[in-house]
Design a protein around this ligand. Structure first.
Ligand code: SF4
Length: 392
């Protein structure tokens, strides 16, 4: 099994230190920006309020950069002013902790993700620093920095190169889910027909926990006449510096996780009954006319969410398993030049260990730990450093 860390320079303590820690040019941008996007997805799927999402649908216009057909996507627009009765992750910051009735033995999963999926970035943030993740959940504080905003804008730009958003009226949570699944379906169509797609939503039931994510980019490689999808992630950096080993490790974890989720969808489809049960969805409720019309324009007929789910599963099975090689591009926010690329092999054993380790904290099976001693330079960039026992 490949060592996912191989090829990376060893951690070196040199003269360039700050209070005993190396002055690593860290910036917490990429993980955060994807976390925001994924958190929005994770939150949206459990609420019936208006939210933003995309669906890829085919279009006849061509695209200049990739010589592909431009893809329409659909931004959800709630017809009625529906409001959720439970907060989503973005609302957590507005809720004083004291208002929440906390049962002593409740796990982080039960307290903060009840009836909600985890985002892949909920796992990777935990890997970055478990204590920081706990602080973030408890306080509800999540700073959006300028660097993060720039990263989000860059991802939107990349998405706009192959996806065009259009608005669609939704009338129910089933409509919202139908659109999310249609996003995937059209993204897969695009990948198969045009060799490239971006911002592909994926999900799966992993170790009993629903997990969602959004894959930055998938390219279809042609190797010896065989077509194989390859996952690519783009991370933007304020400074043109090589990211530190823990950042690169964290990025690898994220991309491996996306591959794992997509490959599971391809081989096993979706756990249908658990899906409808967990998200409290009625498989037989009639979709809005606009959603039904959208499915027709994509190439199939669907009157209910169940119809869409079945087509979704068929669509998953159209794809071959993804390539074991993965690629992360670190690019400059100044001019989008590539700073460094990480090419690495998928390491299932390492991913499984990481996932189990992080889920232990989510499940309350162990206390969140502070980042290890050799990575305490992270604390200099941590908004919770003042309260953290490590830095007391
Ligand atoms: S100060 Fe350091 S150890 Fe504490 S939460 Fe922040 S990053 Fe983690």
């Amino acid at each position: 099994m490949a060592d996912s860390h191989s090829g990376l320079p060893p951690f070196k303590d040199d003269d360039n230190t700050h209070e005993g820690f190396p002055n690593i040019p860290v910036e917490i941008v990429s993980d955060e920006e994807m976390a925001l996007i994924e958190a929005a997805l994770a939150a949206a799927v459990t609420t019936s309020r208006s939210s933003s999402s995309v669906i890829h649908s085919t279009s006849s216009s061509s695209h200049s950069l990739f010589n592909t057909r431009s893809i329409h996507s659909i931004t959800l627009l709630s017809k009625r002013g529906i409001h959720s009765t439970q907060p989503d992750i973005e609302d957590l910051g507005k809720i004083p902790i004291t208002q929440k009735k906390i049962k002593v033995n409740e796990s982080l999963l039960q307290r903060f993700k009840r009836n909600k999926p985890l985002a892949v970035t909920d796992i990777t943030r935990m890997e970055w620093c478990e204590k920081q993740m706990e602080f973030s959940l408890l306080s509800g504080v999540r700073k959006k920095t300028k660097a993060m905003e720039a990263g989000i804008a860059r991802h939107a730009m990349l998405e706009a190169e192959v996806v065009k958003k259009v608005k669609v009226q939704v009338q129910s949570i089933e409509d919202i889910w139908a659109l999310k699944l249609l996003n995937f379906i059209v993204g897969v169509h695009q990948l198969v027909l045009e060799g490239l797609t971006r911002e592909l939503p994926v999900m799966g039931l992993v170790e009993g926990v629903w997990i969602v994510g959004i894959i930055d980019e998938i390219q279809m490689l042609e190797i010896d006449t065989t077509k194989i999808p390859m996952l690519i992630d783009t991370k933007t950096r304020v400074r043109d510096t090589i990211p530190a080993v823990p950042q690169r490790r964290n990025g690898k974890l994220q991309l491996m996780f996306y591959k794992f989720l997509l490959d599971n969808l391809i081989s096993d489809g979706l756990s249908i009954r658990q899906f409808f049960d967990f998200f409290s969805l009625n498989p037989h409720s009639t979709l809005s006319e606009e959603i039904s019309d959208t499915t027709t324009s994509i190439g199939f007929t669907a009157k209910t969410l169940d119809d869409v789910v079945r087509y979704y599963i068929n669509c998953c099975s159209m794809l071959p398993p993804t390539h074991n090689q993965l690629l992360i591009r670190y690019e400059s926010q100044k001019d989008q030049s590539i700073i460094v690329e990480d090419k690495f092999a998928y390491d299932h054993g390492w991913l499984k260990t990481q996932l189990e380790t992080q889920l232990q904290v989510w499940h309350g099976q162990r206390e969140p730990e502070c980042t290890p001693q050799e990575e305490r330079w992270k604390c200099r960039h941590c908004q919770f450093a003042f309260d953290c026992p490590t830095n007391a």
